[in-house]
Write a protein that binds this ligand. Structure first.
Ligand SMILES: Cc1ncc(C[n+]2csc(CCOP(=O)(O)OP(=O)(O)O)c2C)c(N)n1
Length: 367
């Protein structure tokens, strides 16, 4: 595997790179649109990935509407970042660990978590795996090796390194894939995690979703370096900058990084260059800090239309099949939302569940 290279030494017009540079250059037209998909990715996987992206997009839109109607409390979505998140998730093997930030519910679903379980958490109903203890979108799933979302930025990165290193000590080839945003690279935990991962050669893949902003702060104000992938150099690990709106480029880069990690070749930092089309969360109003023109320009590069065009071009999907897929996704979401919203709220005594071994005095007699 190639070692990380310093992106400052790469001409500006070539800086968005994938692991197979020449294939990448062929795929990249001057408008930045994908014109040729890698043939080695099976059609079945491409269609599964495309369906998962459609499902995530529509879920985002529906959940944001529900939040505005006061039917759920909060939502933090990944509209525009579907290729970065699902392309990476598609590369995971069942034994690998998913260490999310807070936008990766699509990755959890891709791994096989039931949509109902995610929605139970969103509504905080009586089937919520977190028993109503967490904010919406703070999901987890032990069965799918997905850690719990935690609100502080960057804290999941050292956890991922610890999990990966422990797996290696136990002689297993499990790899941890950890997601975070560009803003998290300003946290101490980012630097501690990359440093230890480099020293221990821990089998971990760092997936930085460079979506342009940390709430209102542009990525350019997080760093003076040329992007984030080059930071890998300082820690002696591989770094790759990938077009994060190209689901298959993300899939291939993540798959190669996971394979290298599982083979004992150490960690990789992937910078997935994408754009956050929506607000940071349902509590944010991005009109205060970015222009409509900027969002419209990003919309023209958004990953779902791009993947659809590419699948149409190769003949792997046609308009009728696409429409059927979209209708099926819509029906699945509508039904799952209906069921989750109709479930009762948790009983009051779940307040203490998984929190205290013994009920403390001030909560005794509350239920
Ligand atoms: C330690 C800490 N500081 C500040 C915050 C407030 N905060 C919540 S999200 C966020 C921005 C994170 O941006 P980024 O890492 O780029 O992820 P993105 O939301 O863009 O996916 C901040 C500063 C926090 N949650 N934790």
């Amino acid at each position: 595997m190639p070692r990380a290279r310093h992106l400052a030494s790469v001409p500006a017009n070539e800086r968005v790179t994938s692991l197979d540079e020449r294939a990448w250059q062929r795929r990249r037209s001057p408008s930045g649109q994908t014109s040729e998909l890698p043939t080695q990715v099976p059609r079945e996987l491409k269609l599964r990935l495309y369906r998962a992206m459609l499902l995530s997009r529509r879920l985002d839109e529906r959940l944001m509407a529900l939040q505005r109607q006061g039917r759920i409390g909060f939502h933090v979505g990944h509209r525009g970042e579907e290729a970065a998140i699902l392309g990476a998730a598609a590369a995971l093997r069942p034994q690998d660990w998913l260490v999310p930030c807070y936008r990766e519910f699509g990755a959890l679903l891709y791994r096989g978590a039931p949509l109902s379980a995610y929605l139970d958490q969103m509504f905080g109903n009586d089937a919520d795996p977190a028993h109503g203890h967490q904010m919406p979108d703070h999901f987890h799933s032990k069965a799918h090796r997905c850690l719990s979302v935690s609100a502080p930025i960057g804290t999941q990165l050292p956890h991922a390194v610890g999990i990966a290193y422990a797996a290696r000590l136990k002689g297993k080839d499990d790899v941890a894939l950890v997601f975070f945003g560009d803003g998290a690279t300003s946290s101490n935990d980012f630097h501690a995690a990359l440093n230890f991962a480099g020293v221990w050669r821990a089998p971990v893949v760092f997936a930085c979703r460079n979506n342009g902003y940390a709430i209102s702060l542009p990525a350019s104000k997080q760093t003076a370096s040329d992007g984030f992938a080059c930071k890998a150099v300082a820690y002696g690990i591989r770094g790759e900058q990938v077009d994060g709106n190209d689901a298959l480029a993300v899939y291939r880069a993540t798959r190669d990084a996971l394979e290298a990690a599982a083979a004992g070749e150490g960690p990789t930092l992937l910078e997935l260059v994408t754009y956050r089309l929506d607000a940071h969360s349902s509590s944010d109003d991005p009109r205060f800090y970015r222009s409509d023109e900027e969002v419209a320009a990003a919309m023209a590069q958004e990953p779902i239309a791009r993947m659809q065009r590419a699948l149409f071009e190769t003949g792997e999907l046609d308009e009728r099949a696409d429409e059927a897929l979209r209708n099926a996704v819509e029906a699945e979401i509508t039904e799952a939302l209906r069921v989750a919203e109709e479930r009762p709220k948790p009983a009051l005594d779940t307040l203490r569940k998984d929190v205290y071994a013994h009920t403390p005095w001030h909560l005794r007699g509350t239920t």
